[in-house]
Ligand binder design. Structure first.
Ligand SMILES: Nc1ncnc2c1ncn2[C@@H]1O[C@H](COP(=O)(O)OP(=O)(O)OP(=O)(O)O)[C@@H](O)[C@H]1O
Ligand SMILES: [Mg+2]
Length: 515
């Protein structure tokens, strides 16, 4: 049963009960009242009858008394009217047509309670003397008719009240059931469709309005919580995705490092074997032939052994250099210096090599003095390797240029140094690969005598100076043909001075990138 029907039934029930109770109490009072007034009326009638017939009773005028009593025919409710003489014997009687009772013969037989009858008994007095009695009995037909009328009117009133209450309920219950039904509809829709944008409406400021407001607040709270939950979910998803990526990255790095380590060990044994073999072979030739061989031949064996030992020593030095960097932190002695002078120092160290190959080295600089803060020895090491490479891969008679320039961007002053040669150049797709340890370009890996570690060490040193190092090819402006390589590095001119511990840790720097 809906709340609307419940309210309708409740209000009709309450109103009908109230109406019935009112009718019952008013009806009971009216019935009691009419019975009392009828009894009174009958008593008065009996008294008047006694008074009017007192003389006739006294003079025993029976005929006159009888005539007087016949007047009761006009009142159909009077069933009996009896007059008794002084001795209490029936003197005259009136009996209505169809009356079921008769006048008692003596006053002693008179009954004061008769079913469905009202009775009255009065003395007949003459000069303060009791000369007889009047006895009247009337039926209650009139009262019954009155009660029936009351019941009928009550029924009509009740029907009218029911109709009015029903109409009023129809209108009034809307103020209570309307908002509740609306609330129920909103709750149902939310449950079925999970649509939390719905709101319950209530135009009233009573408890139903408070209920609707509380419901809306609750839904708003759920909406807000949903939003936050969604956000948390998204963040969680992002975090999971990020962690997964980090894990994958760490896994990839670990795998790369492990592969690189294996590659490093392979490269090491590969690089160490030729000079070692050369030394072992030439020493055993020497031992075998020391008595028979020419002295010049023996000298050649020693030279070959020496070259092998030198190469091994270089290899060991480079590997140790790189291993030191792998330890993670190196002390850099950062001092104020003139980059042009640093370049000249590096050029001096390779002078004999230049002469050997009949190469010329030029220092091309915008300014004679370029003030920088750097670890001079380390930058000389970088430049020595770059010039050394240029010497190795440039045909005799050509020239090599060291070009220094300074650029200013906002407050950052940078120095750029490029070593430009006229050699074989580097295949374009390998300009980045050659910075990996043990890497040699496909154009020069024909035994030029290097270890392939020099540029990896250079990159570490330049990184520690917050700089960048890269390789490219010189191109002829007209033919676009390669006319040698150009390896450059750039770094800030101003860095903090003093002995500084700088992190140089790079797995790739030591072990090289796994192929
Ligand atoms: N100026 C250049 N012209 C052509 N190829 C170059 C030049 N500089 C470097 N390369 C290539 O890059 C490789 C790596 O150079 P890197 O200096 O690292 O090693 P290396 O010179 O072979 O040996 P190391 O310097 O350890 O004695 C060289 O072997 C060469 O193949
Ligand atoms: Mg080199």
């Amino acid at each position: 049963m809906s709340i609307r029907q419940k309210l309708t039934f409740m209000m009709i029930g309450l109103s009908v009960t109230a109406v019935i109770l009112t009718i019952i109490s008013i009806g009971a009072y009216l019935i009691y009242d009419i019975r009392a007034s009828k009894a009174q009326e009958l008593s008065v009638t009996a008294a008047i009858t006694g008074d009017r017939n007192s003389a006739a009773v006294m003079f025993l005028d029976n005929e006159r008394v009888q005539r007087n009593l016949d007047i009761f025919r006009l009142n159909p409710s009077v069933m009996l009217s009896c007059i008794y003489n002084e001795q209490g014997i029936l003197f005259a009687a009136y009996q209505a047509d169809g009356s079921a009772i008769n006048c008692p013969q003596t006053t002693g037989e008179i009954k004061k309670d008769l079913p469905d009858m009202l009775v009255a008994l009065q003395d007949i007095r003459q000069n303060a003397q009791n000369i007889g009695k009047v006895y009247i009995a009337a039926d209650t037909r009139e009262i019954d008719a009155y009660i029936s009328r009351i019941l009928m009117i009550s029924g009509v009133i009740m029907l009218f009240v029911c109709a009015m209450v029903w109409l009023l309920t129809l209108y009034l219950q809307r103020t209570i059931s309307g908002p509740i039904l609306e609330l129920a509809a909103a709750a149902k829709s939310i449950t079925e469709n999970h649509d939390y944008s719905i709101e319950a409406k209530s135009a009233y400021k009573d408890e139903t309005g408070v209920l609707a407001q509380a419901f809306n607040n609750m839904i708003a709270a759920v909406r807000e919580r949903d939003k936050q939950l969604q956000k948390v979910n998204e963040t969680l998803e992002q975090k999971v995705a990020m962690r997964t990526r980090q894990l994958e990255e760490s896994k990839r790095k670990a795998e790369t490092a492990s592969e690189a380590k294996s590659e490093f060990l392979r490269n090491m044994s590969h690089e160490f074997r030729p000079p070692l073999h050369a030394m072992v072979s030439f020493s055993s030739y020497g031992i075998k032939e020391y008595e028979t061989a020419e002295r010049s031949q023996l000298k050649q064996y020693f030279e070959m052994m020496g070259r092998g030992a030198q190469r091994l020593a270089r290899l060991v030095d480079s590997v140790l250099d790189l291993a030191k960097m792998e330890e993670g932190e190196q002390i850099f002695c950062m001092q104020r210096a003139n980059m042009v002078e640093v370049a000249k120092r590096a050029a001096e160290t390779v002078e004999s090599l230049l002469k050997e190959k009949n190469l010329t080295l030029k220092i091309d600089t915008q300014e004679a003095h370029i003030d920088v803060v750097c670890d001079q020895d380390k930058i000389v090491q970088v430049l020595t390797n770059l010039i050394g490479n240029a010497i190795k891969f440039t045909p005799a008679g050509k020239s090599i240029t060291i070009k220094t320039s300074v650029s200013q961007q906002d407050h950052d002053r940078k120095v750029t140094v490029a070593v430009i040669d006229e050699g074989v150049g580097i295949p374009d797709e390998e300009v980045e690969l050659i910075f990996e340890s043990f890497r040699q370009s496909s154009r020069t890996n024909t035994g030029a005598g290097g270890t392939g570690l020099g540029l990896a060490i250079c990159r570490n040193i330049i990184d520690a100076h917050n700089g960048k190092i890269w390789a490219q090819n010189n191109k002829d402006a007209d033919s676009k043909e390669q006319t040698g390589a150009r390896v450059s590095f750039t770094m800030p001119c101003v860095l903090a001075e003093g002995n500084r511990v700088i992190s140089t840790k790079s797995t790739e720097a030591v072990y090289g990138k796994a192929a």
